[in-house]
Design a protein around this ligand. Structure first.
Ligand SMILES: Cc1cc2nc3c(=O)[nH]c(=O)nc-3n(C[C@H](O)[C@H](O)[C@H](O)COP(=O)(O)O)c2cc1C
Length: 181
């Protein structure tokens, strides 16, 4: 059974992320996938403070939280980032998690799901793609699921039309599953 890691993107207690992550997990499970949620707020990594970059051959994670996160990514056949748009970028908690890992991103299939207001998560996705694909050589899918508040989601993350949101998510998840099959 394929294992897909679903990565949270917000530490806010009332975050819309909870509902979008739950929908993503449920849909992966309905497709016969072992979906594991990486709750970045619970894993609680420090801001990057290692003496050398993770791309260094001598880099060894020391924090238990970073070891846990690195193992989750290493074990996953594919990764889905569920990304809110914060100031035209991905959230800092996700960027910090990306920064903590080097070689485990190389060749890793990654799908992007995001949400926001005027342009959804368009700019957050562009930033995530630049970090993950251009620099870290992850296999980021060309397409992404971009959800808009009021059209697709209520501000608390509840789908306006669950079937329509499920269909949008399904396109991206099917593409990811085809890649890791
Ligand atoms: C720090 C911060 C910055 C934000 N910047 C943007 C933005 O650039 N574009 C946007 O569409 N929404 C922006 N928003 C609104 C968020 O899309 C909205 O609050 C969303 O619910 C945040 O995701 P979360 O609930 O998972 O934390 C911002 C929200 C926060 C907290």
């Amino acid at each position: 059974m394929a294992a897909v890691l679903v990565v949270t993107g917000s530490a806010r207690p009332n975050s819309a992320n909870h509902k979008v992550v739950a929908l993503t997990k449920a849909q992966l499970e309905a497709k016969g996938v072992d979906a594991i949620v990486a709750d970045l707020a619970a894993i609680s990594m420090p801001f990057y403070d290692a003496p050398m970059p993770p791309s260094s051959p001598d880099f060894v994670p020391e924090h238990d939280s970073v070891k846990q996160w690195t193992q989750l990514v290493a074990d996953a056949d594919g990764v889905v980032f569920v990304t809110p748009e914060y100031n035209h970028n991905m959230s800092a908690i996700q960027k910090n998690a990306i920064d903590w890992i080097g070689k485990e991103w190389d060749g890793k299939p990654v799908a992007l799901v995001g949400y926001g207001w005027t342009s959804g998560a368009h700019q957050a996705h562009a930033a995530a793609r630049e970090s993950l694909a251009a620099n870290l050589k992850a296999e980021v899918l060309d397409t992404a699921t971009n959800l808009f508040f009021m059209k697709d989601l209520q501000p608390d993350g509840t789908p306006v039309d669950e079937q329509a949101v499920t269909a949008k998510l399904g396109e991206t998840l099917d593409e990811l599953l085809a890649k890791i099959a």
